[in-house]
Design a protein around this ligand. Structure first.
Ligand code: PHE
Length: 347
């Protein structure tokens, strides 16, 4: 019996030694647990011997009992030691009742949230969602939109000209000033009839203040079909505003000039930040320019390869950034690109 006990002890130490030296063992922790159960578990040989001690004579019980218990203690200590080695610390120090560390998950930028809302509204109206290049040719950004080389309308959209690269037609490339160039690209690709929106990033050489940024977002809309009139345009805009603000928002329509629409309009909404009282964002006017829009100019339809005698359409350029400012009552456009977590984590 004494030999048996010594044998168990030696075998346990050998097994343990082997396991710990097998550095490649993938499940070291699990293997150690298995080994522990084998030697110290209820069904292990050692436990059985301890259980049967009661059947032995008093002297045997005394001698073997002491030995078996001391082996058990030794094994428990050595297993504990190895466990700590693997877990990298003293497992007694773990307080399992402590609350866990919060794992921060990412979330969507307010611009993305609104963009997705709008995409849903337009998808439900049967519009496709398109994209176009941010580094655009002078042709698509201006000329195809009826803004010729020296047209004063270019002044309103001063941007960043990229001199170091010219495209195949030997034209300068520009950081697109609006999403309108995608109108012509879409017409060329898909023809008429056409219903599409183009959300995207645009760039201008602006003096930056609370409502002007060099980089902001627009959402272009375009609908071309037979017999499309300005009435269709106004109906769609009303539908859209209802979808965005979930309530009636006071609007006003003014004439507006853009070379690529005829006639052109500006749709203003009552400033949602100050409730129409006047603030720095609405330049004290109580109104905010939200939608320039208009009937697509025949020259633009022709540039897109569409017969302007057969088809007509309307287009609008929604200021996505401005809309987000209205919706969430954000009074400084510079916050969007600031990366300031105190701002971003509010959404
Ligand atoms: N692209 C114009 C701008 O950014 C907006 C616009 C789009 C106007 C479509 C009319 C129609 O200023």
């Amino acid at each position: 019996m004494k030999n048996k006990l010594e044998q168990i002890k030696n075998q346990a130490f050998t097994d343990l030694h082997d396991l710990m030296n097998k550095k490649t063992s993938l499940n070291l922790e699990e293997n150690l647990r298995t080994l522990r159960i084998k030697y110290l578990g209820r069904k292990g040989e050692l436990s059985q011997i301890l259980r049967n001690l009661k059947d032995l004579s008093v002297t045997e019980k005394k001698e073997l009992g002491a030995l078996a218990n001391s082996i058990k203690k030794d094994l428990e200590a050595v297993f504990k030691e190895k466990e700590d080695e693997i877990l990298g610390g003293n497992s007694k120090d773990y307080d399992l009742s402590l609350p866990g560390k919060e794992i921060k998950t990412g979330h969507l930028h307010p611009l993305t949230l609104i963009q997705r809302d709008l995409e849903d509204i337009f998808k439900s109206l049967g519009f496709s969602i398109l994209e176009g290049p941010e580094l655009e040719s002078d042709y698509y950004n201006f000329e195809a939109l009826n803004i010729s080389k020296h047209h004063p309308a270019r002044d309103m959209q001063d941007t960043f000209y990229v001199n170091w690269e010219k495209n195949k037609k030997d034209e300068k490339l520009v950081m697109r000033t609006h999403t309108s160039p995608v109108q012509v690209r879409a017409m060329q690709t898909y023809g008429a009839p056409l219903k599409a929106i183009v959300p995207g990033k645009v760039f201008r050489n602006e003096a930056i203040d609370a409502s002007h940024e060099h980089t902001f977002y627009q959402l272009e809309g375009l609908m071309i079909d037979k017999d499309i009139s300005i009435t269709n345009m106004i109906a769609l805009m009303k539908e859209l505003l209802k979808g965005i603000f979930k309530k009636e928002v006071p609007v006003r329509i003014r004439p507006g000039f853009f070379p690529f629409v005829e006639p052109g309009i500006e749709l203003d909404i009552s400033c949602q930040l100050c409730g129409g009282e006047g603030c720095s964002v609405c330049k004290q006017s109580g109104w905010l320019e939200l939608f320039p829009a208009g009937m697509v100019h025949p020259k633009v339809l022709e540039a897109g390869g569409i017969d302007s005698k057969k088809y007509s359409g309307f287009a609008f350029g929604l200021g996505l950034t401005r809309l987000v400012m209205m919706k969430y009552h954000i009074n400084d456009i510079r916050l969007f690109n600031s990366g300031d977590l105190r701002f971003l984590e509010q959404f």
